[in-house]
Design a binder for this molecule. Structure first.
Ligand SMILES: [Zn+2]
Length: 166
């Protein structure tokens, strides 16, 4: 009993660290539930398309090569489709050949991560820092300078070309 309590506390602490040090006592789940931009489930369903809802709120993965943003090469900013927080810059985008928009670095203070064990392997899940919307995963087989590959669902992003951004 004492051991399991300790384990739960460790998980909560790990989640809190991933969230930038905001620790929540008594919360054993690794998935945080409180975000700066929070809506009810009904509000999310009204705000998002079914495809966006499935990815952002239910951690679905879009089919590879399904997003036009995979081929997007213009300079600009990619924002979270849930709350419009800018999360990636075109300056860090690259073509990974996986069929999903890929980046080697997020914008500062834009995303947070959690451990995802839903597949046969343990992956690092990436979500929007502000609304908690699931964006994709990060892997350590990316290009320099970070060596990271943020594999992001295009449906979870909205692209704002630099020419129209003010
Ligand atoms: Zn968001």
């Amino acid at each position: 009993m004492r051991r399991s309590t300790f384990m739960a506390g460790s998980l909560a602490l790990a989640a809190a660290v991933a969230l930038g040090g905001r620790r929540k006592e008594g919360q054993a789940m690794a998935t945080p539930t409180h975000f700066e931009f929070a809506l009810s489930d009904a509000q999310w369903r009204a705000r998002l398309t079914p495809e966006q809802y499935a990815v952002l709120r239910e951690h679905a993965t879009e089919p590879p090569w399904s997003s036009p943003l995979e081929k997007e090469n213009r300079p600009g900013t990619y924002s979270c489709a849930g709350c419009d927080l800018p999360v990636f810059s075109s300056a860090t985008k690259f073509h990974s050949g996986t069929g999903w928009p890929s980046f080697w670095q997020p914008l500062p203070d834009a995303v947070a991560t959690s451990v995802d064990t839903s597949w046969m392997e343990t992956r690092t899940e990436v979500h929007c820092r502000r609304c908690g919307g699931h964006l994709g995963h990060v892997f350590d087989d990316g290009p320099p300078p970070t060596g990271l590959r943020y594999c992001i669902n295009g449906v979870a992003l909205v692209f704002h070309p630099a020419s129209t951004a003010t």
